[in-house]
Design a protein around this ligand. Sequence first.
Ligand code: A2P
Length: 270
Amino acid sequence: MNVLAKPADLEAAAPAGAFVEEVKSVQHYTDRLFRFRMTRPASFRFRSGEFVMIGLMIDGKPLYRAYSIASPAWDEELEFFSIKVPDGPLTSHLQKIQPGDAVLMKKKPTGTLVNDALIPGKRVYMFSTGTGIAPFASLIRDPDTYEKFDQVILTHTCREVSELKYGEDLVQETINDPLIGEFAKDKLVHYTSVTREDFPRQGRITDLIKSGKLFEDLGVPPLDPAVDRGMICGSMDMLKDTKALLEEAGLTEGANNKPAEFVVERAFVG
Ligand code: A2P
């Protein structure tokens, strides 16, 4: 069944409260991961790190899933990084999109992985696994992040080496970017590990924190609530285990209305 449509086909029948946007580019990384970029409505405002509901019309009805916006707030397009679930109600269709196809987006972004939810500090750790890197793809391209912190440490752990490629390209693009590269070159550190294949650095991020290897590799002291801040995005289990380690180190969880030392958000599965 092909559920894909062009924006002009959907304009008249656009579901209430949704934008109809046009896919501009699609890049497949592995048989499980792809990214796409689409047009951004002129009236759509969001904070780097937030998520939004993305969807397609399926059997005459809109079907949405939550997606972190992977592009920064200043970008004229919107970028998303998605998993492909073979039987996934949305991603089994979404993975087939091509430039020119229509994608629905609800109008209101939200989320806690935003700079505003953290109190100032010296160093921010962005802990991600799998597609959990998406909100950080937004934040590491936002000048506010570098204004707020002296060091920005993006950790990304995946099962397989090929799954690190999106993050590797992203960091390279960020460093080469005329707007943000100047800050990123000095402040951004990309720390990768792999759990199910050979790779120079192996293991879950939680184990690398527990053993102290993370801090040893980075040449920084262990987590300290006086100077360190954290943002976590991954599976439910990864969130729970990483959060417990930050709490053990004395950091407290914050939210939009109560900024503190770390924030947490689930990496959504389409
Ligand atoms: P592992 O291969 O040991 O399960 P997933 O695709 O399942 O979300 O996994 C992405 C990455 O997150 C994998 O490297 C996986 O390691 C790791 N991971 C899974 N569960 C946890 C957890 N509870 N804490 C830390 N890392 C985890």
